[in-house]
Design a protein around this ligand. Structure first.
Ligand code: 13P
Length: 252
């Protein structure tokens, strides 16, 4: 059985005090109210990873980063490497978020390198993919998203692929309030799982968690997560409010 997983991507939000207050609330709520076997990952800004880590120790939550560099170390001012993340107790790393592709020019080839170094350092990549509005209206958007997987993941062995979480995040749904319908999400997740099966076989495909992201919230999460190929969510805005985030976690 593949894992149910809900990850909160705080993006560039919260001061240090606000972040710690949010973490305390979320940890208390999850420990008190969540009994189902769902993995909950918090991905705060990198600056807070070390201060937040002790709050998660002994809880049901895991720590994730929002990005890492593709090299292990070196003269890359301002960057953070996978070994650094590992050394402070990070377990997951979001890679290839559409905001990083769009604003920081991340390419599929570069993301393949990031995936490699994350895996080499024992981090679980949450690999993001998704099409733009224009692509959905005018293009082969299913082929485009499958291509993102092909280009950044399909060099991996089946054994490595077993350590990848995929997040389908249609760009037109991110931060817009325009959620994909549960049928739209299910259709794409099914296609991606078929794509994985074509390369790695049914066993790997059936065991890979595929999350949905894009305006998922306390109101729509249960419907989205009820779809057979939707294994949880990558949550932006709704992860910044403890009660909303908890409702999403419970929906998984
Ligand atoms: P929103 O939930 O704010 O739409 O963001 C989704 C997202 O980009 C999570 O990574």
């Amino acid at each position: 059985m593949r894992k149910k997983l809900v990850a909160g991507n705080w993006k560039m939000n919260k001061t240090a005090d606000e972040g710690l207050a949010l973490v305390s609330e979320v940890v208390n709520m999850v420990n008190a109210e969540v009994t189902a076997p769902v993995t909950v990952v918090l991905c705060p800004p990198a600056l807070y990873l070390t201060t937040i880590k002790p709050y998660l120790t002994g809880s049901k939550l895991a720590l994730g980063a929002q990005n890492c560099h593709e090299k292990a170390a070196g003269a890359y001012t301002g960057e953070i490497s996978a070994p650094m993340l590992k050394s402070v107790g990070v377990e997951y790393v979001i890679l290839g978020h559409s905001e990083r592709r769009q604003y920081f020019g991340e390419t599929n080839a570069q993301l393949a390198e990031k995936v490699n170094i994350a895996l080499e350092n024992g981090l679980t990549p949450i690999f993001c993919c998704g099409e733009s509005q224009e692509m959905r209206e005018n293009g082969d958007y299913v082929g485009f998203v499958k291509g993102q997987l092909t280009d950044s993941l399909f060099h991996l062995s089946a054994e490595q692929m077993a350590n990848i979480v995929i997040a389908y995040e249609p760009i037109w749904a991110i931060g817009t309030g325009l959620t994909a319908s549960s049928a739209q999400a299910q259709d794409m997740h099914y296609e991606l799982r078929q794509h994985l099966a074509g390369k790695y076989g049914d066993g790997v495909a059936q065991n890979t968690s595929i999350l949905y992201g894009g305006s998922a919230n306390a109101q729509n999460a249960a419907e989205l997560f009820s779809q057979p190929d939707v294994d949880g969510g990558l949550i932006g805005g709704a992860s910044l409010k403890s009660r909303d985030f908890l409702t999403v976690v419970k929906a998984a």
